[in-house]
Design a protein around this ligand. Structure first.
Ligand code: SF4
Ligand code: SF4
Length: 261
């Protein structure tokens, strides 16, 4: 099955046990206002444009015959300043699995396994399942928002070795407001995780005035009990990527509806 990814990061040390290779799936059903991977939101390959370096020479707009350039209406190969790149690559799961296994061999005994991240890996369930099958018996981990049907979640969980799942906001109304979706299905999947036999870690990004409030953190602790929990400081370096995609970074807008305001 064909899927779309936007990055492969080798030597990752924060994406599960050991030194890992992380595959970033393209497409996510959530719209967290703080999302630091905006190129992972759309399921489609996207043009990224470094406007600050552009000479406005229009060479890229003169037309070309490269098939890969046609969807974007710009030649991707002619820019003297390398201003244009495409985020997103479509690939067969079996081809990607073979490529990843070759790169893992080169990393030798220190290699800890593969992690599926994004975007949301569960947004491409068939591709994810085929990739998992192609990468066994390596240690396999997923980083997920948990926003997927419990049936698919439980099925895929059975094939994984470790799960890192976000619980961002306990209050359903605030979850809807700040991520674009209700958290009911996420909490349902957390229950499956908690009652299963797979090791897991819960993560909460600390977003000032939104997720880092005492009320929210206490409520999450109540939900997860003694489960392992990591609170992640917010990385606000994503603004440049939003600009390259030609979209506004939601965190740059004032939030009249933010917690405490
Ligand atoms: S070719 Fe490069 S520098 Fe010239 S207009 Fe296109 S993006 Fe800008
Ligand atoms: S779940 Fe992750 S990838 Fe999706 S919008 Fe939220 S932060 Fe971004």
């Amino acid at each position: 099955m064909i899927g779309t990814i936007f990055d492969i990061k080798e030597m990752a040390v924060h994406d599960g046990p050991g030194i890992r290779t992380t595959v970033f799936f393209k497409g996510c059903p959530l719209r967290c206002r703080w999302c630091h991977n905006p190129e992972g939101l759309s399921a489609e390959p996207q043009l990224m444009y470094k406007e600050a370096r552009c000479l406005h020479c229009d060479l890229c707009r003169r037309g070309c015959d490269h098939p890969e350039c046609q969807p974007f209406g710009r030649c991707l190969h002619i820019c003297p300043e390398n201003c244009l790149t495409v985020s997103g690559r479509t690939v067969e799961a079996t081809t990607l699995a073979a490529e990843l296994k070759r790169s893992a061999q080169a990393l030798g005994a220190a290699f800890g396994g593969f992690t599926f991240s994004g975007g949301e890996p569960f947004a491409q369930p068939g591709f994810l399942a085929e990739l998992i099958d192609g990468l066994k018996p390596f240690h396999l981990c997923i980083e997920t928002s948990g926003f997927v049907s419990p049936k698919i979640f439980a099925e895929v969980l059975g094939k994984l070795d470790f799960v890192i799942m976000d619980l961002k906001l306990a209050d359903p109304r605030k979850h809807q407001k700040f991520t674009g979706v209700d958290n009911a299905v996420i909490l349902e999947n957390f229950d499956i995780l908690r009652h299963g036999d797979k090791p897991f870690l819960i993560r909460t990004p600390l977003i000032s005035g939104i997720t880092d409030t005492k009320d929210n953190l206490d409520a999450i602790r109540n939900i997860i009990g003694e489960s392992d929990w990591e609170k992640i400081p917010y990385n606000d370096m994503a603004g440049a990527k939003y600009k390259m995609l030609g979209v506004t970074f939601p965190m740059e807008k004032p939030f009249a509806d933010q917690e405490g305001k």
